[in-house]
Ligand binder design. Structure first.
Ligand SMILES: CC(C)(COP(=O)(O)OP(=O)(O)OC[C@H]1O[C@@H](n2cnc3c(N)ncnc32)[C@H](O)[C@@H]1OP(=O)(O)O)[C@@H](O)C(=O)NCCC(=O)NCCS
Length: 177
């Protein structure tokens, strides 16, 4: 279904199309999530190579950001966090999100990163190998995050001493979830 799909890092020229995809995916909080993307981009936690778009003949149809979040008490001061993840509604449920997430995880692993965290849909992310973070020793960034939504994907470089308390950067603060 999702043929002719190109996945690549976003460029400045993509920003309007990305904002449109994000707004349409997060239809209940379009302004919050679109400005969240802008705040991450403007922050020191942004990693340009790991902000990805998927495009087909119609243009940008999906977007995902892997950016840094802090870890207190772990062996590394920061790990990758996957958010937000957006697929344009007319391209949802065709495997686009699956391809984009797998691609992003592959890039993270190729970069030598040991772990990716997500605060995400418990019925979606486990298929990519995400598992509950708490049994691995991680402490949630916010008591409002349901335990079953606090997930991590262990990559090749994972070691148990990575565990610690996740601390979201200021860019995350205004996002009502
Ligand atoms: C969630 C989202 C990223 C999934 O991307 P996608 O390309 O539609 O998903 P895929 O085609 O790879 O996978 C489809 C499967 O994912 C699951 N899925 C998709 N959306 C889901 C949702 N909101 N809740 C639970 N499961 C969901 C279903 O199992 C679905 O299979 P089905 O159609 O047979 O039921 C996309 O629907 C989206 O952008 N949603 C709005 C924004 C959002 O909620 N982002 C995620 C925040 S963590």
């Amino acid at each position: 279904m999702a043929d002719r799909l190109l996945i690549r890092p976003e460029r400045a020229a993509d920003h309007p199309a990305v904002a449109d995809v994000v707004r349409r995916a997060f239809v209940r909080q379009p302004d919050d999530v679109a400005s969240f993307v802008e705040r991450i981009r403007a922050s020191e936690h942004f990693i340009p190579e790991l902000a990805l778009v998927a495009e087909d003949d119609s243009g940008v149809i999906a977007h995902v950001v892997l950016s840094w979040v802090g870890v207190e008490g772990g062996s590394r001061p920061r790990i990758l966090n996957l958010t937000p993840m957006s697929v344009r509604p007319d391209r949802q449920r065709r495997g686009v999100g699956t391809r984009l997430i797998r691609d992003a995880l592959g890039r993270a692993e190729a970069a030598g990163e040991p772990l990716v965290m997500v605060e995400g849909i418990p019925g979606y992310y486990p298929r990519f190998g995400f598992e509950p973070a708490i049994p691995l020793g991680f402490v949630s960034p916010d008591p409002k995050v349901p335990d079953e939504a606090f997930l991590v994907k262990r990559l090749a470089g994972y070691t148990p001493d990575l565990a610690g308390r996740i601390v979201y950067p200021a860019a995350f603060a205004a996002l009502g979830s």
